[in-house]
Ligand binder design. Structure first.
Ligand code: ADP
Length: 497
């Protein structure tokens, strides 16, 4: 697949700053690579810290006007953006598959999923009201209003280049905030196309600024936002180390933070589970985006009574997965870059060295159609234990480690024995067990007898070192709003009529 779209103007090679498409102020460029082939598919600006400051200047100016808009108009802007995203869904999906590597079918699903956040927050914009508190004295009134926090810095990852951006920018606009955004260096083209559609929808200049930058310059650019008092909130999706860095560095200006960080999701199969349903759920949850999602099951615990049967069923499904570039119709695309393949391989080697066994798969995949691609064969590893790296760290690839267990207490302790707490999955048909486990698991999101979690109508987010803040749902808008209590005193006391 080459870079031909229905609308070639969606392929942007400049950043959006204050309503204008601009190069980096020092002219530096960043190459965008197709991870399936290693080919360069485009160039975008490698923006500097100075560009980052200019973006905050623009956003602050835009915020000065936008904060006074009414919810109905902000909702209308979002609905126009939503309509344009859907009208150009195929182009967005192709762009995303090219720079990210995920199968075209998954990119199409992501565009629909990301768009659902835009329409959701268009609706929520109109519902984000305040409160009236019953007064304690007849001569005063107490109210709560909600106001936009100000300029928001949105830093997004490469694994869902469209949806993560929509999930941050839509609530910011709904709330009345302005945005400075830095997409991941691996996937800047999707972000710029989304920015172009937002501009076309009528977003005022400076309301949303999207600056692309290289990995080398990411920290410098983000530091200017961290130091700048005018940036009142950071919304970040990415790794836990970078999330901690952002929390530390924003302490001086006490910004609001939404951090959606790494995970280490357990997937538990109890002996009373419907094994076919559990295998089907695991396939969906584990292999989406070749295992590169923060809610991917990273540790699979199976009761010893059904361990062998479950592994046989799982191996049959995993062994039949097809691998190839995004447009080949394959179910598993390339990993994002060479670093990602190295990590999966090192986790596998570590586990094998400590006694784990390969059931199916087990190494890099050579794709004749794309010999330079970063492919890894979907792999199941049995007899994994808690000492292995793949049990403690997020593998972020198509690797399923399976561990046997014998009691509920044991498996709950194993599942919770991690600093992370994003997603968890389990399969059981015992109603008492379902509630006991759902409540005992330390995670922000728990799927019971289901392999899917994400939807715009439910709160997405973690606990422990998976971060804080919630995206989507009726909780998501409050992340972008300040609460203000207004007390109106010394009124004439209420008189009987
Ligand atoms: P990953 O390892 O999966 O790429 P990261 O947390 O490193 O996850 O990246 C997520 C996002 O954070 C990307 O947009 C990346 O450019 C950005 N990023 C990386 N380092 C920093 C940093 N020091 N400050 C701000 N953003 C950063």
């Amino acid at each position: 697949m080459n870079l031909t779209l229905n609308r070639t103007d969606l392929i942007r090679s400049e950043s959006l700053l204050d309503g204008a498409w601009v190069a980096a102020s020092d002219g530096r460029r960043l190459e965008v690579i197709n991870p399936a082939t290693g080919d360069t598919i485009g160039q975008v600006p490698d923006c500097s810290a100075e560009d980052g400051r200019a973006a905050v200047d623009a956003a602050q100016r835009a915020f000065g006007l936008f904060r006074h808009t009414v919810a109905r108009d902000r909702a209308a802007l979002l609905m126009r953006w939503h309509a344009l995203v859907l009208a150009n869904a195929e182009d967005l999906a192709r762009l995303m598959s090219l720079e990210q590597g995920k199968p075209l079918a998954e990119s199409r699903t992501e565009v629909a999923y990301g768009a659902s956040y835009i329409s959701w927050f268009a609706e929520e914009a109109k519902r984000g009201g305040g409160d009236i508190i019953p007064e304690q004295h007849a001569n005063h009134r107490l109210l709560v209003i909600k106001q936009p926090v100000g300029v928001v810095a949105a830093i997004t990852p490469w694994n869902f280049p469209m949806a993560m951006l929509a999930r941050k920018i839509a609530p910011a606009i709904a709330a009345g905030c302005a945005v400075v955004c830095k997409p991941a260096e691996d996937t800047p083209l999707t972000a710029l196309a989304m920015a172009a559609l937002l501009q076309e929808a009528g977003a005022p200049a400076g309301l949303v600024n999207v600056l692309t930058t290289s990995r080398e310059r990411a920290a410098g650019l983000a530091d200017t936002w961290l130091e700048d008092f005018r940036v009142r909130k950071i919304s970040f999706t990415g790794s836990t180390p970078v999330g901690k860095h952002l929390a530390r560095q924003s302490a001086d200006t006490l910004k609001r933070l939404s951090l959606e960080l790494g995970g280490n999701a357990p997937f538990i199969v109890f002996e009373d589970a419907d094994l076919d349903a559990a295998v089907a759920g695991l396939m969906v949850a584990k292999f989406r985006n070749a295992g590169q999602t923060c809610i991917c099951p990273n540790r699979v615990y199976v009761h010893q009574g059904v361990y062998e049967r479950f592994i046989d069923k799982l191996a049959a499904r995993v062994g039949s997965l097809t691998i190839g570039p995004a447009t080949s119709g394959a179910e598993i695309g390339p990993l994002i870059n060479a670093r990602a393949v190295d990590k999966v391989e090192s986790h596998l080697q570590d586990a094998l060295g400590r006694g784990a066994k390969i059931v199916v798969g087990g190494g890099r995949h050579h794709c004749a159609e794309a010999p330079n691609g970063h492919f890894f064969t979907p792999t199941v590893v049995a007899d994994v234990d808690a000492s292995m790296r793949m049990s403690c760290e997020e593998t972020f690839g198509p690797l399923v480690p399976v561990t046997p267990f014998s009691t509920d207490e044991e498996v709950i302790a194993l599942a919770n024995d991690t600093p992370y707490g994003l997603a968890a999955y389990f399969y059981s048909r015992d109603i008492d067990r379902v509630w006991q486990v759902a409540e005992a698991i330390e995670a922000g999101m728990v799927a019971v007898n289901d392999g899917a979690l994400s939807t715009e109508i439910a709160p997405f987010g973690g606990i422990k070192e998976s971060g804080y803040g919630r995206e989507g749902s009726r909780y998501g808008l409050d992340e972008y709003l300040n609460i203000k209590y207004i007390r109106h005193g010394n009124l004439a006391a209420r008189q009987p009529a």
